[in-house]
Design a protein around this ligand. Structure first.
Ligand SMILES: *[C@@H]1O[C@H](CO)[C@@H](O)[C@H](O)[C@H]1NC(C)=O
Ligand SMILES: *[C@@H]1O[C@H](CO)[C@@H](O)[C@H](O)[C@H]1NC(C)=O
Ligand SMILES: *[C@@H]1O[C@H](CO)[C@@H](O)[C@H](O)[C@H]1NC(C)=O
Ligand SMILES: *[C@@H]1O[C@H](CO)[C@@H](O)[C@H](O)[C@H]1NC(C)=O
Ligand SMILES: *[C@@H]1O[C@H](CO)[C@@H](O)[C@H](O)[C@H]1NC(C)=O
Ligand SMILES: *[C@@H]1O[C@H](CO)[C@@H](O)[C@H](O)[C@H]1NC(C)=O
Ligand SMILES: *[C@@H]1O[C@H](CO)[C@@H](O)[C@H](O)[C@H]1NC(C)=O
Ligand SMILES: *[C@@H]1O[C@H](CO)[C@@H](O)[C@H](O)[C@H]1NC(C)=O
Ligand SMILES: [Zn+2]
Ligand SMILES: [Zn+2]
Length: 376
């Protein structure tokens, strides 16, 4: 039995139409590969329903939070040093306000950040083809393993990654996928006769006349007056890119396994005047961390909005990521992010800046001495 016989409708018949590129073969052609009915060229399909979530185990409540969490956690010196560093990092900020300004007040607006990370695996399949140069053809004797039965590598939890695996027992041959010339093994070029016919593509040396200086035949175009087709260089036919002149294609299914670290944050609003966006780049003091297959929403925090956010995000993630993927691991953390609002006076006027995060990041709107807009 010759699985690859031309035109033969085989049990695992691969896509029948010409492979000019990553075009999607009709779905009906693939209904014949058991377990891969949804596979198309171009991705999608092949998803296995996720496992039944085992009931998440309640975990210990978050530990005691900072005893004095709402007083400034930095000294005046730290605040001033951070401010001076900030001013010096801006090319047109004068250092004077940061150095000579007198701190009159420090207020803490420390806040909590709740973070939920859900690490998922998803799998999709796609028809592929390569030029055939003798690779094993294995599509016919036994059914291929299901998409979720194919072993993949062990991922590192919470790190995005990807693996592409050729699905065993799906490779078959496609002979003469295009109308090659059997003798030259080439394809007719779409330009027809190997010459560009548009007026614009007249030979640039003779400008289409075919002659130079009166009766001399043009060397460049051999008197034809036209530029050669850039695809076939005037030959009228060219090698097929798809099969690279082999005239046969190996057609098979590739499985793509994708690992994704899906993250959501919730930061408690403290109405300090510092936009919450600014906190996305800094870290805080980790108060609580819980990693397991599926987490249970946190309880027992004094701040009920964190408890609410945890319940909402855990529910959202478990609904969303059970649809087309498998949850492999979840992690939730609570951080205390220090935020200090510093009021200082400079040249008799009061101004404000913020120092926040373990990194002592500074944000100061309306810095009083920017040389670009203030005459010193
Ligand atoms: C199925 O694929 C595996 C791996 O490529 C191969 O070892 C095996 O021989 C194949 N089975 C058949 C019946 O072709
Ligand atoms: C998971 O993703 C988040 C943001 O997407 C990132 O902050 C975090 O570092 C990632 N974790 C790992 C271990 O890469
Ligand atoms: C299919 O997957 C195999 C194994 O990873 C890879 O070597 C091959 O290049 C893939 N085929 C295509 C067309 O991407
Ligand atoms: C080239 O040919 C075109 C059309 O025949 C003509 O309009 C154009 O003036 C010619 N250019 C030169 C430099 O001879
Ligand atoms: C154009 O194609 C002809 C015919 O194949 C060839 O003889 C000629 O050398 C080509 N000219 C250029 C400039 O490539
Ligand atoms: C926070 O960041 C935004 C840009 O994301 C910026 O416009 C704003 O001035 C920053 N500082 C404060 C105090 O909000
Ligand atoms: C966070 O940091 C990145 C790169 O360091 C920067 O492009 C972005 O503007 C920062 N966002 C805020 C809100 O400061
Ligand atoms: C927390 O959620 C409950 C119900 O989901 C709601 O009644 C309550 O107002 C929420 N509390 C806060 C502070 O958002
Ligand atoms: Zn010419
Ligand atoms: Zn051509």
């Amino acid at each position: 039995y010759l699985p690859a016989a031309e035109g033969g409708a085989a049990m695992f018949a691969p896509p029948a139409e010409d492979f000019q590129g990553p075009s999607a073969p009709p779905a009906s052609m693939f209904d014949s590969v058991p377990g891969y009915e949804g596979t198309v060229a171009g991705g999608g399909g092949g998803f296995l329903p996720p496992p039944m979530p085992s009931y998440p185990v309640p975990q210990p409540e978050p530990g005691p939070h900072q005893p004095h969490w709402n007083i400034p956690s930095i000294s005046e010196d730290t605040a001033r040093d951070a401010f001076v560093l900030f001013a010096s990092s801006k090319c047109c900020y004068s250092a004077a306000p940061a150095k000579d300004g007198v701190i009159t007040r420090m207020d803490a607006f420390n806040t909590y950040r709740y973070r939920l990370e859900t690490f998922t695996e998803s799998r999709s399949t796609e028809w592929k083809h390569d030029p055939y140069h003798g690779q094993p053809v294995d599509a016919f004797a036994q059914p291929p393993p299901g998409p979720w039965d194919i072993p993949a590598k062990s991922p590192t939890f919470f790190v995005d990654d990807k693996q592409v695996i050729k699905v065993p027992n799906t490779s078959s041959l496609k002979v003469n996928h295009l109308k090659h010339d059997w003798r030259t093994k080439k394809l007719p070029c779409l330009c027809g006769n190997g010459e560009k016919t548009l007026q614009k593509l007249f030979c640039w040396v003779c400008n289409g006349s075919g002659f130079r200086h009166g009766d001399d035949r043009c060397d460049r175009c051999s008197g034809r007056g036209r530029e050669n087709c850039s695809q076939c260089h005037g030959q009228g036919s060219k090698q097929c890119d798809t099969c690279q002149g082999k005239q046969q294609l190996l057609v098979y299914i590739n499985l793509t396994v994708k690992w994704t670290n899906n993250t959501d944050n919730y930061v408690v609003e403290q109405s300090s005047g510092l936009q919450l966006d600014n906190l996305s780049n800094v870290s805080g003091k980790e108060l609580f961390k819980d990693t397991q297959y599926m987490v249970y929403p946190v309880t027992g925090l004094p701040d009920v909005t964190v408890v609410n956010a945890s319940q909402r995000l855990v529910r959202e993630h478990q609904n969303k990521f059970c649809q087309n993927s498998r949850i492999l691991q979840q992690r939730q953390t609570i951080e205390l992010i220090p935020v200090t609002k510093v009021t200082y006076s400079w040249k008799g006027k009061s101004h404000v800046y913020f120092v926040y995060g373990n990194e002592f990041r500074v944000s100061a709107d309306n810095y009083p001495a920017t040389c670009c807009c203030t005459v010193m």
